[in-house]
Write a protein that binds this ligand. Structure first.
Ligand SMILES: NC(=O)c1ccc[n+]([C@@H]2O[C@H](COP(=O)([O-])OP(=O)(O)OC[C@H]3O[C@@H](n4cnc5c(N)ncnc54)[C@H](O)[C@@H]3O)[C@@H](O)[C@H]2O)c1
Length: 398
């Protein structure tokens, strides 16, 4: 069964009222292209909070949310390892899906989700990821214009305190999708693939699991080659002491100016947690009903320094636009005026559901990015390059 296209805002149900939902909430609240009509969460407090704020119906089971006739599309923001169960249920109910990254943990689950959406004829958008950020789209458009010639190399790096933010136990277990590869690497992979054209070829990588108290990968460095000769290096550390947002004009990942006095805050807060339950309580303080996004964003989100080396210019992505260093001169090309964080994601959902236009970040795209996550882990474990097999281009090749 396929949802009929109607008019007006997309009537959205939400599965999972946690941290990811908090980050998407301002865009959902402030954008007339979407209306929150129902939600599903195991905790009664979250459900009640949602019902009070949006007046929508709430459910304990995703299958019941998906069956709600008012719901046209579901934003799935449950833990990675539940994505397959939830996305397949939503697809089978004939509803469109916005599935927070990563697509899934295993490739088998990823394929199941993609096939369920294709069989049902519903849109599957995998995101938000930072490949949706406006400056990334702006850089992609500059590359497409041909003004600067071919993309030869891309460097992306990001140093954060990711591993020391409060976590559920499974977020520290690689087999359940824990560690930085599936949660953070996926952002970098998505945006680098978009800038490089999409089709990765070979991956050589190392990973680091340096903290025995948090026994999962907290860092990686990968060299990815692409079909047309472009090569990209992707480096991430979630153990960082040096914060690479300093190289992003002092703007944090979510587009807000960073408070310099917050140095070391994640490690300090975590050091006060005595056990895993305590840590879950800390995480709950960042969830729906108790937290909002920290700081009002001034500009677009980003995922750390990214530089694209082209034949006739190097493009440095910033949260405000693109710094173009050409042969004889350099200039700044501003992004369109900033209005609302993650409006790009709502725009993609609306275009898919109302206009039938799928974004780049489809299920097949998400599967290709997930393949790269696994390739990083495999290459690091074997010391060998891994050949990629499930890659797709960012647009149909002519
Ligand atoms: N795109 C982003 O910026 C971003 C940021 C954070 C998290 N995420 C993604 O969102 C997903 C959730 O991560 P999180 O940090 O929000 O976790 P979280 O623990 O804060 O939230 C998960 C939510 O899912 C709910 N849940 C658990 N089991 C459920 C079930 N069976 N049915 C319905 N709801 C259920 C939990 O109660 C909780 O409200 C992950 O896949 C993660 O990668 C994305």
């Amino acid at each position: 069964m396929t949802c009929e296209r109607t008019a007006g805002p997309v009537r959205l149900g939400v599965a999972g009222l946690g941290r990811a939902f908090v980050l998407m909430l301002p865009a959902f609240r402030n954008d007339a292209r979407v209306r929150l009509v129902a939600a599903c969460a195991p905790r009664a407090e979250s459900r009640n909070h949602f019902a009070r704020e949006f007046g929508g119906r709430t459910y304990e089971e995703v299958s019941a949310l998906a069956a709600d006739p008012e719901v046209e599309a579901v934003y799935i923001a449950t833990p990675h390892q539940l994505h397959a169960e939830h996305a397949v249920a939503v697809a089978r109910a004939g509803k469109h899906i916005l599935l927070d990254k990563p697509l899934a943990v295993s490739m088998e689950d990823g394929r199941r989700i993609v096939e369920a959406a294709e069989d049902a004829g519903v849109h599957l958008i995998v995101g938000p990821s930072h490949s949706f950020d406006t400056p990334v789209a702006q850089a992609r458009a500059l590359i497409d214009s041909g003004e600067f010639g071919r993309v030869r190399m891309i460097q992306a790096l990001n140093y954060t305190d990711f591993l020391y933010r409060p976590r559920r136990p499974e977020e520290l277990r690689t087999r359940d999708g824990g560690g930085v590869i599936f949660s953070q690497g996926i952002h970098q992979i998505d945006l680098v693939r978009l800038l490089a054209g999409g089709r990765g070829q070979n991956v050589m990588a190392v990973t680091g699991a340096w903290d025995p108290d948090r026994p999962t990968e907290g860092a990686y460095s990968a060299l990815v080659t692409f079909g047309d000769g472009c090569a990209a290096t992707l480096t991430y550390s979630g153990y960082a002491h040096f914060d690479s947002d300093i190289w992003m004009d002092g703007i944090g990942e979510l587009g807000a100016r960073k408070d310099v006095s917050s140095y070391g805050r994640a490690r300090l807060a975590l050091s006060a947690a005595s056990d895993a339950d305590d840590e879950i309580r800390l995480k709950s303080a960042r969830t729906y009903g108790t937290a909002s996004r920290a700081g009002e964003p001034d500009t677009y989100e980003h995922f750390g320094p990214v530089i694209v080396l082209c034949d006739r210019a190097d493009l440095r992505l910033t949260p405000f636009g693109i710094h173009v260093c050409g042969d004889m001169r350099q200039e700044f090309r501003p992004a369109p005026p900033f209005r609302q964080s993650r409006a790009e994601v709502v725009a993609a959902l609306f275009a898919a559901v109302r206009e039938g236009r799928a974004p780049v970040q489809t299920g097949r795209w998400g599967l290709a990015s997930l393949e790269l996550c696994h390739a990083i882990l495999e290459s690091a474990a074997t010391g060998k390059a891994v050949r990629l097999k499930e890659q797709v281009a960012y647009r149909e090749e002519r």
